[in-house]
Ligand binder design. Structure first.
Ligand code: TZP
Ligand code: MG
Length: 200
């Protein structure tokens, strides 16, 4: 796992999820997470189905919703500390699916590792207004600390943009996600390209 980690955000997007995900594929993104907090289940199912087809050759994950992930045969889910517990997500999805877990502390990261998570997302690194109920920013020091103690791929998310992404990567993040900085931009592909270049 290395590079830009794409998360959809229909509310912030200029051209919609389908267009954004196509642009992400052109920018050689290897992971797409479908994150939708405000839609009916049926709408989510239909959209996830379309995205799964577009993302047939890359990793396609669903945020929170294990049922939607199963229904569209996603590659896995991304869950937070408030979602269905890891052990139950694993029980429902089976051992071959990917489960990523958001963590805000070293302790949560260690627990995620012990439980068997495939990767962790550390969040929010900086202040963000994209997630209304986001916790207090954890800063890049936590990335360094977790990198030292927890042997799992690390995604960094929250308040990341072109100007601060490099320090996040230098601190030990394997992937970065920058939702607003990417989906509100006029050229999603070019914007992701800028992040991708920071990894080479
Ligand atoms: N989880 C923690 S912060 C966040 C999520 C989904 C939102 C990140 O959005 P942005 O625009 O990259 O700050
Ligand atoms: Mg969640």
């Amino acid at each position: 796992m290395k590079g830009y980690y794409f998360i959809t955000d229909k509310r912030l997007s200029r051209l919609g999820n389908i267009s954004d995900v196509r642009s992400a594929l052109k920018a050689k993104v290897e992971i797409v997470q479908y994150r939708e907090k405000n839609a009916d289940t049926k709408e989510m199912y239909n959209e996830a189905l379309k995205l799964r087809k577009i993302c047939k050759d890359i990793i396609f994950l669903v945020n929170d919703r294990i049922d939607i992930a199963q229904a569209v045969n996603a590659d896995g889910v991304h869950i937070g500390q408030e979602d269905l517990p890891y052990f139950m997500a694993r029980k429902l999805l089976g051992k071959n699916k990917i489960i990523g877990v958001t963590v805000h502390t070293l302790k949560e990261a260690k627990i995620a590792r012990e439980e068997g998570a495939d990767y962790i997302a550390i969040a929010p690194i900086f202040k963000t207004s994209t997630k209304p109920n986001a916790k207090k920013p954890v800063g890049i020091e936590l990335i360094k600390k977790i990198k030292k103690h927890v042997d799992l791929p690390i995604i960094a998310i929250g308040g990341i943009g072109i100007l601060n992404a490099k320090e996040v990567i230098s601190a030990g993040a394997d992937c970065v996600c920058a939702i607003s900085a990417v989906v509100t931009s006029k050229n999603v592909r070019r914007q992701i390209d800028k992040f991708q270049k920071m990894f080479v």
